[in-house]
Design a protein around this ligand. Sequence first.
Ligand SMILES: [Mn+2]
Length: 352
Amino acid sequence: MKLGFGLYRHQLNEAHYRFARQCGATHVVVHLVDYFGATDKDNQPVGGDVGWGRAGGSDPFWEPEALARLKADLARHDLVLEAVENFDPAHWYDVLLDGPRRDEQVAHLCRLIQNVGAASIPLIGYNFSLAGVAGRVSGNFARGGAESVGMNGVIDQTPIPDGMIWNMVYDPEAAGKPHAPASTDAFWDRLGRFLNDVLPVAEQAGVRLAAHPDDPPVERLRGQPRLVNQPSLYQKLIDLNPGPSNALELCLGSLAEMTEGGVYEWTRHYAEAGRIGYIHFRNVRGQVPNYHEVFIDEGDLDMRVIVRLLRESGFDGVLIPDHTPKMSAPGPLHAGMAFAMGYMKALLGETA
Ligand SMILES: [Mn+2]
């Protein structure tokens, strides 16, 4: 198993490459979409009408030359580019909504997948979701009053406004009615069609598409269905199209937030099936709609057990820390990340 680090768009610079390497990372997962825009770049999304930020504008970073340059920059810091995480909502809002530009957007996604494959980047993470990461609150939920996010019993069913998807605005001029609620079955059908269209292209390009589960994993959010909101439903996603490029971005925090439990068993199941692309290694306390993100060593999951069973199952991919509470330090997020990375590095070494 390999220790990785996730870098947001605004962190794709020398200082952060050094930080990741100093924390022990050998691999990185990059975001090419700037979710934050002008907003506070340390903030996790919680929801609302404005959303996390503006979608769009990431296209140049998906071009073959840009990806090759990024890969070379990382290699100079002894870092391997393992995955690109998340499509730009501007790339595929009508794929998610089954809107008029759906086929055109699928064709564009296929081209981006081919670009990633041409750069020999093995994985793309994605989250097939309408509401996206939303409907959460922040507070001093983690040890010592560290600030993090979670849910306090309230499930946001405010309709998603026109021009917004995945908690980001793709059309600021849009002033139509909020998106009509989809049924859960219809939304699964959209995912199945998407997979059938893009997986053969991904396979040809040598890329695996790794699905993130719903965060937070409630039944419906902002009036729209969620898909992978129980650990067993990852199997439904695989069964939609069992091609070799259909993989999982296994988010342990999201899985731990799910009400059916069985995280250890399901993790072993997906690892043994060879379906895990890479792992979001984080911890929480509680389950939806009452849970808090906490430090990696104080949540409901015993991360030592997770690492042991991953190793026993033959998983040899990358783990990244995903989110972390902010620590009371000059660099609150970096301190939290360094803490998580040190813990992970020790765990991986311990069981090597
Ligand atoms: Mn995650």
